[in-house]
Design a binder for this molecule. Sequence first.
Ligand code: FES
Ligand SMILES: [Fe+2]
Length: 345
Amino acid sequence: MLDAATSTGLCNDQAMLDDWYVVAYAREVTPGAIVPIRLLGRDLIAWREEDGTAHVWEDICIHRGARLSKGWITENAVVCPYHGWRYAGSAECVLIPAAPGQPIPPKARAFPIRSVEQDGFIWATLGAPAHQPPAFPERDVPGFRNFMAGPYLFRANGFRAVENFIDITHFPFVHAGVNGVASNPDVIPDYEVTRTDFGLKSSEIVVLQPVGDFRGVPVRAGYTYSTFRPLVAYFSKRLEIADPAQAALGSPGDRFTTFFTVQPIDEVTCIARVLFAINFAPHLTEADMQPRQDIVYGQDRDIVETQRPERIPTDLREEMHHRTDRLGVAYRRWLRELGISYGTV
Ligand code: FES
Ligand SMILES: [Fe+2]
């Protein structure tokens, strides 16, 4: 990897470097396009060869340091916009236009970043994770249809965004009229949080939601949360239609699950991308469901962007923790145990 700083605010936190992050939707990285990406203060590009292979590289040309993201694709290769050097999928320079037909120095290469395509996302890492990217639990579960929502740019810390995603007591206020009722907030009973091989898992927490899913019906919703990585969280929501007159619309197995991924751009800016799945209402399309997702995640963004300090405190003496924040408390403890310093105070 090139040592030259391609940007400011570089991350030196090994725990963060040695992890996988979603950096793009697979479907936005199409052959012929160069997608600029910023991850942990570092500028990258993603592009796709005609055979479908996706690449993530540093956004820099070894010749004179120009940005490849300002270039273009010609003949299945990335063209640097400055002197036109061309880099093939192997990362080798295959053309120096000012000296065609002459040997190209082997050092003339792009700088690949480790990446994989999984569950409709491009995942990248700047380090050497000891594990694979977490898998979407409903990936191969019969009866579920998967959809994407976002991207949602949060001018906020990624851990604050994840903690909000796994926070149940904000529903009646931040999502009043959708996920809760401000005049009649849910009373949250004790619930359990357990450690798993991969992170944290809560027991089911039941709340009443006026518009708890995409059918526009009131539901009793049972949330079971997990964190798979510090910046990848998930819930499985059990849906029971709360209005007896409409109960026939649903069935006891109805589930709405959400895989919430966060790309840390820097310590106080992130992009959330959402993969969600339902096993009911087969007539609903992604376009039908996107507006509700945009409303809910927009409401979350608006509140999370106000939180101060911007970096999440992992010392539990900071801020104030209540019994009903058990999952958030476990999350902060876990971040601390992982030794994460980037984005925390
Ligand atoms: S800087 Fe890229 S070709 Fe010269
Ligand atoms: Fe929320």
